[in-house]
Structures are given as structure tokens and as C-alpha cells.
Design a protein around this ligand. Structure first.
Ligand SMILES: C[S@@+](CC[C@H](N)C(=O)[O-])C[C@H]1O[C@@H](n2cnc3c(N)ncnc32)[C@H](O)[C@@H]1O
Length: 212
């Protein structure tokens, strides 16, 4: 199910600031050379992440699920001068491509690539984060929330991607990934340490702010 019609998508695209040149090149190379290119955040969600990050001006950002680096670049653009983004991915094959585009975006000094399983890496991180972007394997979303919540500062944000899962969250019969996403949405809503809402942008973003 497309949450927004193709024509509306096209209109949104045509009436938003043009995609940054480096990001557009990265998107093109991802679509040409990488499997499942649709995993990349893309133009409009990327603009949202960049603007959100720019608004809160984080010094520490954690991304779970780098893929080819599109959202990492968007989020890193909002960092303060001394800011750093940590981004984790289990797939080491994409690292040279990520490094190339982080370099082209002139963000090499601000982005730390961590390769491995996020379930192992997150507990090892000593930083406190202003913003966390969860965008890896759906079945572990709830675990990622549990692993990061104590590492997020009061007033900090946790954004999770794909929380409407192409609309499958409202279907009666749910597959494993859909059940995991639905469980994540229910968990976040029921946790009084955060306040949240679901933004129906692209495949849905669950935006939570730590209040306790
Ligand atoms: C949807 S893609 C990320 C897209 C990226 N954030 C963007 O917007 O361009 C999900 C990524 O999560 C990674 N991933 C899956 N399971 C993981 C795990 N257990 N630990 C770390 N990364 C994982 C995959 O290799 C994949 O590159």
C-alpha cells in the first residue's frame, strides 16, 4: 500500500528544495549498484532529517542502520561544530561507498562508522545522545529502544523509520516484521519516559522525545 499517491509524491518533490548534489549522486549509485535501494531514506525524508537535526543542533547522534549513508549525511549536516554522528551497520561491504560519499559531503571528521551487529555495539558506546535514528532490522526495534533509552539525554529524541510498514500495521494478519513494528509503536506509546507521535512521512516515522 502506498500511503501517498504517486502524483502527490511527485507534487511534493517538485515543490520542495532540490536534492543536494552529493545526495542525488549517492542515491543514483545506490539504485544502480546496491540491492534493495528502496531502503535509502531519499529526498524528502532526507530533507526532514536534515532540518530536524538542524533545529535541535545535536552534539551526539546515533544512527542504527547506515546502508549507503544517505540518512547519515542528512543527520550529520545538523551537528554542532564539535558534533559527531555514530552510525552502525552490520554490512561491511558497503563501507567503501559510505566513506566515499561522507568524504564528498565533507563530513569525514564528523561521522564515525561502526561495523558490526548493533545489538553488540550499542552496549559498548559510552556517549550520551541528543538524537537516535533507528533504521535497521525491524525485529530488533524494541530491543534497540531498550538498549538506547538510558543513553539518550533528557529532552533528546528517538526517531524510528518504517513504523507504518507500507500500511501493514493495520492489517489483521501480520507477518513477523509487521508484528515487530506494531509492538515497537505500542511499546513507545506505553512508555512514560517518552512522549511520541507518528508522522506519516514516506513509510512513517515514530518520533519520541525523552521526558523522564
Ligand atoms: C533500511 S537500511 C538503512 C537505510 C539508511 N538509514 C538510509 O536511510 O539511507 C537498514 C540497514 O540496517 C542494517 N542492519 C540490519 N540488521 C542490522 C544489525 N543487527 N546491526 C546493524 N545493522 C543492521 C542493514 O545492513 C541495512 O544496511
Amino acid at each position: 500500500m502506498h500511503l501517498v499517491s504517486d502524483l502527490i509524491e511527485k507534487y511534493i518533490d517538485q515543490h520542495s528544495s532540490a536534492e543536494d548534489k552529493v545526495l542525488s549522486e549517492l542515491s543514483r549509485e545506490t539504485h544502480l549498484k546496491v540491492q534493495m535501494p528502496q531502503m535509502l531514506s531519499g529526498h524528502i525524508q532526507g530533507q526532514f532529517l536534515e532540518m530536524f537535526s538542524g533545529l535541535i543542533q545535536p552534539t551526539r547522534v546515533l544512527e542504527i542502520g547506515t546502508f549507503t549513508g544517505y540518512s547519515a549525511i542528512c543527520l550529520a549536516k545538523g551537528l554542532t561544530d564539535t558534533g559527531m554522528l555514530y552510525t552502525i551497520d552490520i554490512n561491511e561491504e558497503l563501507q567503501p561507498m559510505v566513506e566515499k560519499y561522507i568524504g564528498k559531503a565533507e563530513l569525514t571528521e564528523k561521522v564515525k562508522l561502526l561495523t558490526g551487529d548493533a545489538r553488540i555495539i550499542i552496549p559498548e558506546l559510552k556517549e550520551t545522545f541528543d538524537l537516535v535514528f533507528i533504521d535497521a532490522d525491524k525485529t530488533n526495534y524494541s530491543l534497540y529502544f531498550d538498549l538506547i533509552i538510558d543513553k539518550v539525554r533528557l529532552g533528546g529524541y528517538i526517531i524510528a523509520d518504517n513504523v507504518l510498514w507500507s500500511g501493514k500495521v493495520i492489517e489483521e494478519k501480520k507477518d513477523k516484521d509487521t508484528l515487530a513494528i506494531d509492538a515497537y509503536n505500542k511499546k513507545v506509546q506505553g512508555d512514560n519516559r517518552v512522549e511520541n507521535f507518528i508522522l506519516p512521512l514516506r513509510d512513517g516515522l515514530n518520533i519520541a522525545r525523552k521526558v523522564k
